[in-house]
Design a protein around this ligand. Structure first.
Ligand code: PEP
Ligand code: MN
Length: 342
């Protein structure tokens, strides 16, 4: 159920409706839009008739939300959400015409490795630095990440270069730590349906970058985001990173068609990860161009100064110099679409 408030409804009227909803044991989510505030209701069993809310001051109407997801839906918020990521060098915006670039190695390996990559990325204009301190690996014998010491390296990078830090949390314990050190918490493909982690992310104070599960449908992807919003964190960015198909020439099949599909249904921004989406270095630039052309709100790209020595995902990592060309090409494509890279 969605309660639509009048454009001139007062804050008190919005609060009174929210209090009424909360007093019935449900949860009210006031979502301000440019024209009016809408209040999403979660936690209702479906049996309760909420039509009486229509008679409260400031309410225009109550409309049932038929889709399985509510808070992520455009029904609740017609315009694009713009996520603000505060960084030491100023705010980065994602969505609503703002394209955000995220670059860095798959994993934080050493202080020297991260500093070298960060140093070379600084001149490209990218403002968000990625690197996993906690790595969800298929094999228990593969490099699992440096954990807390990796987060400390990332915080040095943040301080030294002014980058905002994007890094993955793999469970509730690592999320507690990531929340202290990073600017954006990444939830990886393998955890897209880890519901207790999603709920914890919903209580986090940082924006969340939620990657699509490798076999997730569009509805499953949006429902995973709904878990985070339903706990009160509305700063969610989606990320398409390829799905598993019968295609045998790429690590995954980058499903760019999901970008307009998400935009039709949801106000949340969606980034694209052409690195995991293809698994091959030479495909990263062409798919980056395509992702921006199709309307992606950002790109997540793996960059390593010595990809042949990388402890994870070297085959899909590009060099910093290649990222420089990528930035300039996608900037030109973004300009044609009247969108801006920040
Ligand atoms: C990553 O970003 O390094 C990563 C592990 O990605 P995904 O969860 O998409 O596999
Ligand atoms: Mn990786």
């Amino acid at each position: 159920m969605l309660v639509v408030m009048q454009s001139h409804a007062t804050e008190e009227q919005v609060r009174a409706v929210c209090d009424r909803i909360d007093s019935l044991g449900m949860k009210a989510h006031p979502i301000p839009g440019s024209a009016r505030t809408a209040i999403g209701i979660t936690g209702n069993s479906g049996a309760v008739d909420l039509g009486f809310l229509e008679s409260m001051p400031g309410v225009i109407e109550c409309i049932p939300v038929t889709k399985p997801y509510k808070l992520v839906s455009r029904d609740v918020k017609a315009e694009d959400s713009i996520i603000k990521i505060p960084t030491p060098s100023g705010d980065v915006f994602v969505g609503g015409g703002h394209i955000a670039m995220v670059a860095g190695p798959c994993a934080v390996e050493t202080e020297e490795q991260c500093f070298t990559v960060a140093q070379q990325l600084r001149s490209t204009g990218v403002r968000l630095f990625r690197g996993g301190a906690y790595k969800p690996r298929t094999s228990p014998y593969s490099f699992q990440g440096l954990g807390l010491s990796g987060l400390k390296i990332l915080s040095h990078i943040r301080k030294q270069f002014g980058f905002g830090i994007v890094t993955e949390a793999i469970d509730n314990e690592s999320l507690d730590l990531v929340e202290e050190y990073a600017d954006v918490i990444q939830i990886g493909a393998r955890n897209m349906q880890n519901f207790s982690l999603l709920k914890r992310a919903g209580r986090a104070k940082l924006p969340i970058l939620l990657k699509r599960g490798m076999s997730a449908t569009l509805d499953e992807f949006l429902m995973a985001a709904e878990y985070i919003l339903s706990e009160g964190n509305y700063n969610v960015m989606l990320c398409e990173r390829g799905v598993r198909t019968f295609s045998d020439f790429s690590r995954n099949t980058l499903d760019l068609a999901i970008v307009p599909a998400v935009k039709k249904r949801s106000h949340l921004p969606i980034l694209v990860d052409p690195s995991h989406g293809t698994g091959k270095r030479h495909k990263v630039l062409p798919l980056s161009r395509a992702a921006v052309a199709v309307g992606a709100d950002g790109l997540l790209v793996e960059v390593h100064h010595q990809p042949e020595k990388a402890l994870s995902d070297g085959i899909q990592s590009i060099l910093p110099s290649e990222f420089t060309s990528l930035m300039s090409e996608v900037q030109q494509i973004a300009a044609v679409l009247h969108r801006q890279i920040n």
